[in-house]
Design a protein around this ligand. Structure first.
Ligand code: GLU
Length: 490
């Protein structure tokens, strides 16, 4: 077998999804089983959404899970740079090569033209997509207009069948007719995902592309690119999606999805890793198994393709077994210290509570909510005087959205977001903070809201508000959709 080189290519655009850890886990298993290399590449080509802070989150989350990489932006390696934003010249040179070879072309269509085209296609109930307007431009015209804003598009076949070979599924036949000429380079000189992924996987000598099943339909575009460059195609393994208990794609609307949430809620990384492995891999003797056992046992043939329901109750059960069966009290004490029971974290709580304490004995009861996996606010505490449940639930939903948008998660960021919520509803700030204090602390009065939320972290805060909404009966999908539209319009 060729040298095994695998990679994970997360985008630093938000909290790290457990799905990223799940893919990294199978990458690492394959690499370790064959003495190969695991590469971390940061896919930060979406300039508007990518943030360095989130890149830090990726490093921390993967490290916490023990999913260490051999090459990456922080540790370097032979095939760097490993941040796509630092590779622009490479993509530009490759795009030029494609244009010169007749595989791609500059497209000068304005967004107005594309908008009008789309509107027309919608009206005629035609398939939406680019119509190839600039595909046939002559060399002279292209040269003349080269100073104008343009993108580079890949010439797709437009018809015929494409066969994607997937190690887990065998041959998958897809229709080229559904795919229009894909943009490879944007007008700002940045590549699209499709361009960058192919160029980087090739230049970084990736042998196996392990990624989520949602990428299968993009693979034909990648195959056309490999062919245009005359490069060898890597092996593909598209892993089954993680699902919500109702069978829909696992999303943070319903389940906590970030690695950080699970860390903060006190799960053990070994248990989470084991559980994520079980999402696609059968028990090895039994459901509890270690990463080393998985490396030894791993056989891609055994991966089950059904799509896997991420069930927190089951994770709780598995985590409990690790706590009870694998840890001495001394080890658990170390775990607790590494988690939250340390000077750093406790030190940040003290200033919030000092003024409410008479004796040291008041400390623990007051800070219990910071350590709890969940809290249980009463419906009564969640609804301020003179407010109705029917108005508090939508308010809490908008608080979730507002807080999701906070980039720098600190007291000021939280406060600004929640003041925005009060303004949106035209409520006194108190009517927003009273339900939120109950949601976060489980109590009617407690430590100051903004600081507490800052310390609880973004993901735990979001989950506690979602749980509080459930206590009040929740918000129907229809109402949530309507509210979201209004909220976005503001
Ligand atoms: N940034 C993409 C993702 O994280 C990478 C997909 C791929 O692995 O090709 O979903």
């Amino acid at each position: 077998m060729t040298d095994i080189r695998v990679r994970i290519a997360p985008s630093p655009t938000g909290p790290v999804h457990v799905g990223t850890a799940y893919q990294a886990l199978f990458d690492l298993v394959l690499a370790r089983q064959h003495g190969g290399k695991f590469v971390l590449r940061i896919e930060d080509t979406d300039q508007t959404r990518s943030r360095r802070e989130y890149e830090e989150h990726i490093f921390q989350a993967l490290k916490w899970m023990g999913l260490d990489w051999d090459e990456g932006p922080d540790v370097g390696g032979e095939y760097g740079p490993y941040r796509q934003s630092e590779r622009l010249e490479i993509y530009q040179a490759h795009a030029k090569q494609l244009v010169e070879g007749g595989h791609a072309y500059p497209c000068f269509c304005t967004s107005e033209r594309l908008g009008a085209l789309r509107a027309e296609q919608m009206q005629n109930k035609e398939r939406l997509g680019y119509d190839g307007h600039c595909r046939g431009l002559g060399a002279e015209e292209v040269a003349q207009r080269s100073g104008e804003d343009h993108v580079i598009r890949l010439k797709m076949p437009g018809e015929g069948k494409c066969v994607v070979k997937d190690q887990l599924r065998g041959k998958i036949e897809l229709d080229f007719g559904q795919l229009d000429d894909q943009v490879l380079m944007k007008s700002d000189g940045f590549p699209t995902y499709h361009m960058a992924v192919v160029v980087d996987d090739h230049l970084m000598k990736i042998s196996h592309v392990i990624r989520g099943e949602e990428w299968i339909t993009s693979t034909p575009k990648h195959l056309v690119l490999y062919e245009a460059f005359g490069w060898e195609v890597p092996e593909y393994m598209h892993l089954p999606l993680l699902l919500n208990p109702d069978g829909s794609k696992m999303s943070k609307r319903r389940n906590p999805t970030s690695v950080e949430y699970y860390r903060r809620a006190g799960y053990l990384p070994q248990a989470l890793l084991n559980y994520l492995a079980l999402m696609a891999y059968p028990p090895i003797g039994e459901e509890k198994f270690s990463f080393d056992q998985l490396i030894e046992d791993f056989d891609a043939e055994k991966i089950n393709l059904g799509g896997s329901i991420f069930d927190i109750e089951k994770l709780n059960w598995l985590n409990g077994r690790y706590v009870r069966e694998d840890k001495t009290p001394e080890q658990l004490l170390d775990d607790l210290k590494g988690w939250l029971l340390n000077d750093d974290y406790v030190g940040q709580m003290l200033p919030l509570l000092q003024q409410r304490m008479e004796t040291l004995g008041d400390f623990m009861p007051q800070v219990a909510f910071f350590f709890a996996r969940k809290v249980e606010p009463s419906a009564e505490d969640l609804v301020p005087k003179k407010r109705e449940v029917e108005e508090v639930v939508p308010m809490l939903q908008t608080a979730v959205w507002a807080l999701d948008g906070v980039l720098a998660w600190d007291k000021e960021g939280v406060e600004a977001a929640l003041r925005g919520v009060a303004e949106y509803w035209d409520w006194p700030v108190r009517d927003v903070t009273v339900p939120l204090i109950a949601a976060l602390t489980g109590e009617k009065v407690g430590s100051p809201l903004f600081e507490s939320a800052a310390l609880l972290g973004q993901d735990m805060t979001r989950m506690r508000i979602l749980d509080a909404m459930k206590v009040l009966g929740g918000l129907s999908k229809k109402k949530a959709a309507r509210l979201e539209k209004e909220w976005k319009r503001k």
